[in-house]
Write a protein of this length. Structure first.
Length: 171
């Protein structure tokens, strides 16, 4: 009998170790789960930019538009603005110095025409941000502008994980 009890005890311990426990997500003050932080590093920059470029071009192709290419000058204008939005702690199209998207594109020496700028303040990935932009008619129009030939894309991530995204289209 002792042998059977010992065997059952071992069996119960083995079964208990096989179970998984799930913890409920931590909720914020609004009752929604807190976002999972999407961390990016400097070595991810090219990968993230090209993932966004490929995704934008897939959407443009599906809409019958020509693909765009990354432009270093527009990337610089986007990076400047992403960082500046973080400094201002608000997502809007004007810089802390009063600059507009047109001013920023001119400052970096872009020879083409600014067609539009999309911005976002989020904890989400670049593809989740693109999806949100596509749901909004005004930002969707910028992404799918038939005159676009060049794209600039950059972000700034705060230490807490919050990301400020900027995408600029030029033609």
């Amino acid at each position: 009998m002792t042998r059977i009890s010992a065997l059952l005890s071992v069996l119960l311990l083995v079964l208990a170790s096989c179970t998984t426990t799930t913890t409920a997500p931590t909720l914020g003050p609004d009752g929604k789960p807190l976002p999972r932080v999407y961390r990016m590093s400097a070595r991810d920059e090219g990968k993230i930019q090209f993932r966004m470029l490929d995704s934008v071009n897939s959407l443009r192709t599906a809409a019958g538009d020509a693909p765009v290419q990354l432009n270093a000058q527009l990337n610089a204008a986007a990076a400047t603005h992403a960082r500046d939005m973080a400094v201002q702690n608000r997502p809007w199209h004007f810089g802390s110095d009063g600059s507009s998207p047109i001013d920023r594109v001119a400052r970096v020496g872009y020879p083409g025409t600014l067609l539009g700028e999309t911005i976002s303040e989020t904890y989400e990935t670049e593809l989740e941000t693109l999806s949100a932009w596509m749901e909004e008619p005004s930002t969707r129009a910028i992404l799918l502008d038939a005159n676009a030939r060049d794209m600039g894309f950059a972000w700034y991530q705060e230490a807490n994980g919050k990301i400020w995204w900027t995408l600029v289209m030029g033609g």
